[in-house]
Structure formats: structure tokens, C-alpha cells
Design a protein around this ligand. Structure first.
Ligand code: HEC
Ligand code: HEC
Length: 356
């Protein structure tokens, strides 16, 4: 039995060495860019996409290390996805030109790190223009795809495929491969076999009509170089203590936070997302304290007032920020339950731009 366990362990190590393509098992040499990318990825992306790019850690963020994805995606696609984000989702614009924290060199470092996950060489793709029929494609889409990707490819429970940001960068070969073969191990099945190649072509034709019908450039977030300076905190410095706030890891409901704000209670609202999201839309009165780099803000935050962290996720980024605040000795820290989404639905007041 002992011998068998050891054998299994040995084979597992051997497997890892072979998969990593390195004879120096477990000691893979990293370039400077890969090391930088690894640090940034761990701090900014792992909260949703998982420490190893496995996906689905929060917010249905897709796999980034999937062999089919990495073998078919271009660096240009990845650069655009990371720099611009995907509007209407929790995927922030991370590039400085969109108000995010990452200059071009850092975006490329993250991509260099992601490429270390790649186990298969880049595939020669079938880039033919499609001869599919968009009308037939629409019927198939409604029957087969809408339940996961949303009626027009956005707003569904899984990755958006109808948004212009993705479609501008996704080649026919990339789409064809994803729809034909799917992504084994994820909810995305291959449709080439059950539906046939003609139906796959119809889907590509449909996606291209959506792309053509979209505005050519997605709305730009105003490009203000981050980080955003800390605004006035707390709100209502002379106000009463809030009632009903619950210490992290418990959360506090939007109704309670809103009621206490209306009552003039003393608190600070901290927007944990990337500044690009803050510029687009944030809770009125909130200040920007990004979850991945809160250090410069600690000294300016009040220790005697409740700090209410929120994101859109609904909890992933805000909980990360709350844990970092508590580690720094802050004693009154809570997370807004259900985040910005519910705040917007209840029309409790949000605002655009750099001012709280
Ligand atoms: C059961 C849910 C489900 C259904 C049904 C489904 N998909 Fe997907 N699809 C997914 C998921 C999940 C992913 C992302 C997988 C990952 O994490 O790599 C995906 C990925 C994709 C991608 C790649 C997008 C990218 O940026 O990586 C395309 C294109 C796509 N789907 C098209 C379709 C089409 C067309 C149909 C219908 C014929 C369809 N899907 C049906 C769940 C689904
Ligand atoms: C708050 C959660 C969250 C964080 C943090 C996050 N992402 Fe995402 N990401 C998502 C979601 C959700 C999507 C899918 C959006 C959609 O439906 O279009 C996505 C999509 C992507 C895509 C496109 C994948 C595809 O199949 O088309 C890439 C690439 C990506 N993210 C990389 C990153 C990198 C790199 C970082 C860190 C700098 C990061 N993400 C941080 C949630 C997140």
C-alpha cells in the first residue's frame, strides 16, 4: 500500500515535469515579465479567475488557462480584453488609457504570465469567411445558446459573446473553433458534432450581424490616470453611530446602509473596484479604494468610523478589501450585501465621474 502511494506520488511529479516542458522539475525559470505578470495576476485577477486561471472563482469569470482558449486566442485579443474590459460585466478596464491601473507594459507582462499556462502550441486556424445564414443562426441561437449567453449574447449567466469588444477581436477561426469543439471541462459543449458544420457557420454569421449592428467604438471611460486621490471621509463626521452594521465577514444589507445614510450616520463608503469602474458609476459619496492596492489609502481612512466596502461582484473584491483593512487593525468594517447591483436596482443614488 505504502509502495503504491509512493508510486502514485512519483508519477504525479513526473507528469507535472513533462507537462511543464522543463527538466528542472518544479523550478521553472521565469522571465522578468512573467514574474511581474504573476505578481499582478495574483493581486488583481485571481479573485475572480482563480489563482491558476482555472476560472469560476467569482462572478462566472471564464477559464483563462483552458488549452483550447490559449491555443486559439491571440495576444492582441488578450490585450484588448484586459485593457478595455467588458462593459456591462464585472470585468473592469484594467488599462491606464481606460482609467485602469495597468500601463501597456504591465498588461503585456500579465499576458506573458498567462502564456506560461499554455500546454499546446498555437493552432493553425480555419479563418475562412463564413457562408452561414444569420437568420437560421438566430433560430439555433435561441434554442441552443441563449440560456447561457443571453438572448443577444450578453446579460446571460456565462461569458458574453455578443458584445462588440469581443467580436471586434475574435477572428472567424477563434469563434469557429470555440463553437465546434467547445471547452472541455466547462459548461461550453462542442456543437460541431451534434449540430453539424453548417449550423456552426450560421452562428458565426449571426455573431457578425450583431457586430455590424453595434456602435463601432464602445463608450470610453474618461482617461484619468489612477489612482484617484482619497475624497473626504467619513461622510457625516459629526453624525450618530450607524445602527445594525455587521462586522466582516458578515455583510450589511443595502436597506440598512441607505437608511443610516439618510439619517446622517457617520460612515465611509469604499468602492473596491478598479478606478475605471468608479469613474463610470459609483455610489454617491463613495471614495475609490481599489482592493488590489489599498496601501496608499490606509493612513487617510478613519479608524473610528464604519467602513462599508462594496463592489459589483457582488462580494469578491469588497471582501478582499475588507480582509486587508481588518489585517491593518481597522475595527469597524463591513461589506455591502449584494453590492452595487442591488443599490442601482433600488435607485439609492449613484454618480459618474471622479468626484464622490
Ligand atoms: C450550458 C451553457 C452554454 C451553452 C448552452 C453554450 N455556451 Fe458557449 N460558452 C459557455 C461557457 C461557460 C463558455 C466559457 C468557457 C470557458 O470558461 O472557457 C463559453 C464560451 C463560448 C465561446 C468563446 C468565448 C470566449 O471569449 O472565449 C463562444 C464563441 C461560444 N461559447 C458560443 C456558443 C454558441 C454559439 C452556443 C450555441 C450553439 C453556445 N456557446 C452554447 C457556456 C455555454
Ligand atoms: C471582478 C471579477 C473579475 C476580475 C477581478 C477580473 N476579471 Fe477578467 N473577466 C471577468 C468576467 C465576469 C469576464 C467575462 C465577461 C463577459 O461576460 O463578457 C472576464 C473576462 C476576461 C477575459 C476574456 C475571456 C474570454 O474568454 O473572452 C480576459 C482575458 C480576462 N477577463 C482577464 C483578466 C485579467 C488579466 C484580470 C486582472 C488584471 C481580470 N480579468 C480581472 C471577471 C473578472
Amino acid at each position: 500500500m505504502v509502495v503504491r502511494t509512493q508510486l502514485v506520488a512519483f508519477l504525479a511529479v513526473l507528469g507535472t515535469c513533462i507537462a511543464s516542458g522543463s527538466l528542472e522539475c518544479g523550478r521553472r525559470v521565469q522571465t522578468h515579465a512573467q514574474a511581474r505578470g504573476s505578481e499582478l495576476y495574483g493581486r488583481m485577477c485571481a479573485v475572480c479567475h482563480g489563482a491558476n486561471g482555472e476560472g469560476y472563482k467569482a462572478d462566472q469569470a471564464p477559464t483563462l488557462r483552458h488549452p483550447e482558449f490559449l491555443a486559439t486566442v491571440t495576444d492582441e485579443f488578450l490585450r484588448a480584453a484586459i485593457t478595455r474590459g467588458r462593459s456591462g460585466t464585472t470585468m473592469s478596464a484594467w488599462g491606464t488609457e481606460r482609467g485602469g491601473p495597468l500601463p501597456r507594459g504591465d498588461v503585456d507582462a500579465v499576458i506573458a504570465f498567462m502564456r506560461t499556462w499554455q500546454t499546446r502550441p498555437q493552432l493553425q486556424q480555419d479563418e475562412r469567411t463564413t457562408t452561414g445564414n444569420a437568420q437560421r443562426g438566430a433560430a439555433t441561437f435561441a434554442a441552443e445558446c441563449a440560456k447561457c449567453h443571453g438572448a443577444h449574447g450578453t446579460g446571460g449567466p456565462h461569458v458574453g459573446i455578443g458584445n462588440v469588444e469581443l467580436l471586434t477581436l475574435a477572428s472567424n477561426g477563434f469563434l469557429r473553433h470555440a463553437i465546434r469543439y467547445g471547452r472541455a471541462g466547462t459548461p461550453m459543449a462542442g456543437f460541431g458534432a451534434p449540430l453539424g458544420d453548417a449550423a456552426v457557420e450560421d452562428e458565426i454569421a449571426l455573431l457578425r450581424t450583431w457586430q455590424a449592428g453595434s456602435p463601432t467604438t464602445p463608450p470610453l471611460a474618461p482617461a484619468k490616470p489612477p489612482p484617484i486621490p482619497l475624497g473626504p471621509v467619513p461622510l457625516n463626521p459629526k453624525g450618530p453611530e450607524p445602527v445594525g452594521f455587521r462586522m466582516h465577514p458578515q455583510t450589511t444589507g443595502a436597506d440598512i446602509v441607505h437608511h443610516e445614510l439618510e439619517r446622517g450616520a457617520k460612515m465611509a463608503l469604499l468602492d473596491a473596484r478598479a478606478p475605471s469602474d468608479y469613474l463610470n458609476d459609483h455610489i454617491k459619496g463613495a471614495v475609490s479604494v481599489p482592493f488590489y492596492d489599498p496601501d496608499p489609502y490606509f493612513a487617510g481612512l478613519p479608524r473610528d468610523a464604519w467602513l462599508v466596502c462594496y463592489c459589483a461582484c457582488p462580494h469578491a473584491e469588497s471582501s478582499t478589501l475588507a480582509a486587508k483593512l481588518i489585517a491593518k487593525g481597522f475595527k469597524k468594517v463591513t461589506v455591502l450585501d449584494e453590492g452595487l447591483g442591488v443599490w442601482r436596482t433600488k435607485k439609492y443614488g449613484t454618480k459618474t465621474g471622479i468626484d464622490p
